[in-house]
Ligand binder design. Structure first.
Ligand code: SAH
Length: 209
C-alpha cells in the first residue's frame, strides 16, 4: 500500500492529468508521501486527494502540489519561501528541485513533526520556523519564488516586497470556501497578476499558535 509501485501509479495519473515537468514527476515518484500523514492514513497516501493532518489542516492533493511546483520552478529559482509548512510534503518536493527552501508554519506541533520528517529523510536544504507567514521571512529575503499553501482574501504586501526581480508569488486568493490560484510576477517596482485555476485551500490565518 505504501510501496514504490503505488507511487509510480500516482505519478502516471499526474502525467495523465497534465503534469509535464519530468523533474517534478521524478521527485514525486521518490518522496514517500505516506511518511507525511498519520500512520492510520498511510494506506491512502497515494490517492490523489487532500488528507487531514490534525489541527483542522490538510496535506494538499498531490495534483495541486505538482501543478504549483511546476509554476514555482518554471523560472529556475534558487531560493524559495513557502508559507504554510503543514505536513512538510510540499517543502520536501521542492527540496529536490532548488538550492534552498525557507518554510514558515503558524502551528507549532505541525512544524515539529515536519522538521522530524525532513531530518529522517535527510533533506538538509530546508529551513523551517514557527511564525506568522503573512509577514514573510524578512531575514532571508528576497526570494526568487514564494508559494503560499493556504487561501487568502488579499495578497499580503510583505510577500510582494520580499520577491526578487522577476520573482513570482503563487497564492490561492479568494474567500474561505473557494479561491483562485494567482501568480504575481515582480517587474521592477510593478507587479503583474495572472489568475489561474479555481482551488480550495484551508485559510491563511494571522498570528501563530
Ligand atoms: N504545504 C502543506 C499544506 C498545509 S495546509 C503541506 O504540504 O502539507 C496549510 C498550512 O498553512 C497549515 O498547516 C496552516 O497552519 C498554515 N498556515 C495558515 N496560516 C498561516 C500563516 N499565517 N503563517 C504560516 N502558516 C500558516
Amino acid at each position: 500500500m505504501t510501496s514504490q509501485r503505488t507511487r509510480d501509479r500516482l505519478v502516471m495519473r499526474l502525467r495523465d492529468e497534465g503534469i509535464r515537468d519530468r523533474d517534478v514527476l521524478d521527485v514525486m515518484r521518490n518522496i514517500p508521501r505516506h511518511l507525511f500523514v498519520d500512520e492510520a492514513l498511510a494506506s491512502r497516501a497515494y490517492e490523489d486527494t487532500a488528507l487531514p493532518i490534525g489541527y483542522n489542516q490538510t496535506i494538499s492533493q498531490p495534483y495541486i502540489v505538482a501543478a504549483m511546483t511546476e509554476l514555482v520552478i518554471a523560472n529556475r529559482p534558487a531560493k524559495i519561501l513557502e508559507v504554510g509548512t503543514g505536513s512538510g510534503y510540499q517543502a520536501a518536493v521542492l527540496s529536490g528541485l532548488v538550492d534552498k527552501i525557507y518554510t514558515v508554519e503558524r502551528i507549532a506541533p505541525l512544524l515539529t513533526l515536519a522538521r522530524q520528517r525532513f531530518r529522517r529523510l535527510g533533506l538538509r536544504n530546508i529551513r523551517a520556523i514557527h511564525s506568522d507567514g503573512t509577514v514573510g521571512w524578512p531575514d532571508f529575503a528576497p526570494y526568487d519564488a514564494i508559494i503560499v499553501t493556504a487561501g487568502s482574501e488579499h495578497i499580503p504586501d510583505a510577500l510582494l516586497h520580499q520577491l526578487a526581480p522577476n520573482g513570482r508569488l503563487i497564492i490561492p486568493v479568494g474567500r474561505r470556501d473557494r479561491q483562485r490560484l494567482t501568480m504575481v510576477t515582480r517587474k521592477g517596482d510593478a507587479f503583474e497578476q495572472e489568475d489561474l485555476d479555481p482551488v480550495t485551500f484551508v485559510p491563511l490565518l494571522r498570528g501563530q499558535t
